[in-house]
Design a protein. Structure first.
Lengths: 527, 308
């Protein structure tokens, strides 16, 4: 009898506990891929930044509408007497998750860390000469020349706690290319709205609301717990949303849009994304391993590249593979970006006969075979797009062997330059062409061109890219940008495909705008 | 000739054929299997297009429903097309070829390994028997698909990347073959242990024949009929195993799809109403595996006199 009463008591207590927790909202969030690392400076990659944005904070970030908004800094301006120096006022009373105070020292420390050789963020900081602490809550950024667009580069530069990082021997960013695992790639200590509770990579990550967050009262902060599950299979991901197993998926497969939107209790929110999808080729080496032509590199011939560009039927990809959820383009730059013109964007007409002629003129009338590396869990229908172009290149005699892999294995191929033909997508967080040039067009040097898998190196272009960092005359700057684009287009170092359209699927009760960079900040979510 | 019947006539008069005639299920299964095998062998003649040639595909034909003209190109396909504009009928016929080829060769491999080890274990006995049969015991405690995935994973890791696609089919055969040898070994071992005590074996031993000769020339022919039964049933298992591996994405590459690969592709479009991409390959696989299995069952009953 006693046991029964005890059980009843426990049951009632548990019931009360559940009802008292009802106000605490858990958001179950899924997308196709996982964050690649917890180290905030080791990977410059969208989904990695997305998770980091919940835990860590930059000085400023782009809000859900894509507007630059203060985060750890409250204000910034260039000094009147010296346009090379930007002064940032830092937020007061902010604490890291381990309760240590946030000061200017942490900002200086984090930027120095993000400039180290193993950092993936160093290209964003090439214009910075020095970062100095003025007082506990003021920091000066000195640039090599006046850089009017400095703040655009800082939206994903997260601030770490200097004491915590040093104490745990994580002073250098994790070296991803070397396959390193470090303390900072598995542990976090940020100032963000959410605290990391547990994480099993590629399976599940749990975050809880930070009760001491500085933004309490300023943001909705309706979500008290986030459970993040990567689900690679499109059908499984949709099934999880339809069955109510998850509340929010960041990438509704295009074939299932109507199904999700038609289900009562669910909705799809759509917006154009600031991300372009394209193919890169090894245009620099004199011979490549992955083809069947000995002693020559077919991609080194611009005629082959142009023929390939002509063979891609972008409209077919849009209509069939993307079900109209994309906008075909001929330039590796989304319309959000400064430097974009409708003329650059205009898609060339498909011309297989002309392309074949060009292949013949280049000496490849009988075609050749080559391996294409493709991710299968990163971009919308990435593998299907690759399969589609395999057929299109087949029509001009290029036999393409497709090697599709998860992004965690795909991206190192590009960074280590061990692929000769690959798919890549590029988002532009700075909304400026310089970001594209510095990562994708500039020759690979110590702190530039780290994602330029094409081996393209043009001594005339490189100094122009560097000059953009200190050109204050915006008209002149735009003219240089146009010049560089013209060269990039003429040399056809990339084969652009399209700009993505974002489709977020969520429960009806959730109010959340689509962020053009595909970066949800859950502190803004209302439910 | 003087009244002697030809082999075909003797076959028609046999108990075996009599049993066959009396079982409509078996006749249907037999017809299905033979039709599918013929289609697979004659794929180049039967299939409307060659789905392995990416250059012949037109992406605009993608997602065409069966028997309906495509909205952009106006082309019509009997069973519709998949996401890449591949004619499903052709893809299924060629996929059938891959599935049957992998299944058959894997079974031959499994049979070769299993029969050899079974003969050796049964004939030699002692520690040889103990070692072989304990390995077999350990292996059956794991699901065979797990072993196949393991072998496939290790092989992929060892092979250079440019050879992976080319050797994918070979690796698949080895993986399935190595995971299905145990039933053969167990049966052959049991029968061998019985046979080796019989007079003809002792006689062979007396005239001084070597062990290997006795095993292969004298015992093997007498243990073959249960092996054939197991081979048929294993063939169904091997076809399913191949489909499972390809469905999991570790089998046949998407550019040379087997039935399992086609089902994996179709699975992505289950929710969006393009049912044909999944349904037709799945029904074909079902028909093939079920028919082979039913034939195997019938064979087992017919060849086993104790069940009569």
């Amino acid at each position: 009898m006693k046991t029964l009463t005890t059980r009843l008591a426990i049951g009632v207590a548990a019931g009360l506990l559940v009802s008292s927790l009802a106000s605490a909202e858990t958001l179950r969030w899924a997308r196709s891929g996982d964050s690649l690392t917890l180290d905030p400076h080791a990977q410059n990659e969208g989904p990695t930044h997305t998770l980091a944005h919940q835990i860590y904070e930059p000085l400023l970030h782009r809000d859900m509408a894509g507007q630059i908004t203060p985060a750890l800094a409250t204000s910034w301006k260039a000094l009147d007497d010296n346009p090379n120096v930007w002064r940032f006022q830092l937020r007061k009373g902010v604490k890291f998750h381990d309760q240590s105070a946030f000061t200017a020292e942490d900002v200086v420390y984090s930027f120095k860390r993000a400039m180290k050789p193993t950092s993936a963020m160093k290209e964003l900081l090439t214009s910075i000469k020095d970062v100095r602490m003025v007082d506990d809550h003021t920091v000066d950024f000195e640039t090599n020349g006046p850089n009017p667009l400095l703040i655009n580069n800082l939206t994903n530069l997260f601030i770490m706690d200097s004491g915590w990082t040093e104490k745990n021997g994580a002073g250098d960013p994790q070296d991803v290319a070397a396959g390193e695992t470090t303390f900072s790639s598995q542990n976090t200590n940020g100032t963000g709205a959410y605290v990391l509770i547990s994480r099993t990579p590629d399976q599940k990550t749990v975050l809880k609301a930070n009760p001491n967050y500085w933004g309490v009262g300023q943001f909705p902060l309706d979500v008290s717990e986030i459970v993040y599950t990567p689900i690679q299979s499109a059908a499984t991901r949709v099934a999880a949303l339809l069955s109510g197993e998850v509340d929010f998926i960041q990438d509704v497969p295009v074939q299932d849009l109507r199904r999700v939107a038609g289900q009562s209790g669910l909705k799809v929110v759509t917006a154009a994304q600031n991300r372009v999808i394209f193919f890169g080729m090894n245009v620099g080496d004199s011979d490549i391993e992955s083809d069947n032509v000995s002693g020559k590199n077919p991609f080194a011939d611009v005629r082959v590249r142009r023929a390939m560009n002509m063979a891609i039927n972008r409209d077919a990809i849009k209509k069939v593979v993307m079900r109209d959820q994309s906008s075909p383009t001929n330039v590796i730059m989304p319309p959000f970006v400064n430097g974009w013109t409708a003329e650059l964007d205009k898609v060339p007409s498909v011309n297989v006969a002309e392309a074949k002629k060009m292949m013949e003129a280049a000496g490849y009338g009988d075609g050749f075979s080559v391996t294409l590396n493709c991710p299968n869990d990163r971009y919308i229908n990435d593998e299907a797009i690759c399969q589609a172009v395999v057929g299109m290149f087949g029509q001009i005699g290029i036999k393409v062997n497709l090697d599709a892999k998860p992004k965690a294995q795909h991206f190192p191929l590009i960074k280590n330059k061990t692929t000769d033909f690959y798919m890549l997508g590029w988002g532009v967080p700075t909304f400026d062409s310089h970001y594209i040039f510095n990562f994708l067009v500039h020759s690979t040097t110590e702190n530039r061109g780290s994602w330029n898998g094409t081996r393209y190196s043009n001594p005339e272009i490189d100094p122009k890219i560097v000059a953009l960092e200190s050109e204050t005359d915006l008209a002149k700057r735009d003219a240089i940008i146009a010049e560089i684009w013209q060269q990039v287009q003429e040399d056809q170092i990339y084969l652009p495909v399209h700009n993505q359209v974002l489709n977020w699927g969520m429960k009806d009760g959730i109010q959340f705008d689509v962020q053009p960079e595909d970066q949800p900040h859950f502190k803004y979510l209302k439910m | 000739m003087n009244g002697e019947k030809s082999a075909w006539q003797r076959f028609l008069a046999s108990d075996f054929f009599y049993d066959f005639k009396r079982s409509p299920v078996t006749i249907v299964s037999f017809v299905i299997v033979v039709t599918l095998i013929l289609m697979a062998i004659l794929a180049d003649l039967v299939a409307p297009t060659n789905p392995f040639d990416p250059g012949s595909l037109n992406l605009m034909n993608g997602f065409t429903p069966p028997m309906e003209p495509n909205a952009f190109t106006g082309e019509t396909f009997l069973l519709g097309t998949d996401d890449q504009g591949r004619d499903l009928l052709s893809a299924i016929i060629y996929g059938l070829r891959v599935s049957l080829f992998v299944g058959l060769t894997a079974v031959i491999l499994a049979m070769f390994i299993g029969v050899s080890l079974g003969l050796l274990a049964g004939y030699r006995g002692g520690w040889v028997d103990a070692v072989i049969m304990r390995i077999a015991d350990i292996q059956v405690t794991f699901p065979s698909i797990l072993i196949a995935v393991l072998i496939f994973g290790v092989a992929r890791g060892l092979l250079p990347p440019d050879l992976r696609d080319e050797l994918a089919i070979t690796v698949l055969i080895v993986a399935i073959g190595l995971s299905e040898w145990v039933p053969f070994a167990r049966t052959v071992r049991g029968t061998t242990m019985v046979e080796k005590e019989k007079e003809y074996v002792q006689a062979a031993r007396l005239i001084g024949l070597g062990s290997s000769q006795i095993m292969v020339r004298h015992i093997l022919p007498n243990v073959l009929s249960p092996v054939l039964v197991i081979a048929t049933i294993t063939l169904a298992l091997a076809i399913i195993a191949e489909a499972t591996l390809s469905f999991l994405g570790v089998g046949a590459p998407p550019t040379e799809p087997s039935l399992g690969t086609l089902i994996r592709i179709g699975q992505d479009f289950l929710f969006s109403g393009e049912w044909w991409i999944l349904l037709f390959p799945a029904v074909t696989l079902l028909a093939l595996a079920l028919s082979v299995n039913l034939l195997g069952d019938w064979l087992r009953d017919t060849l086993n006199p104790r069940l009569k």
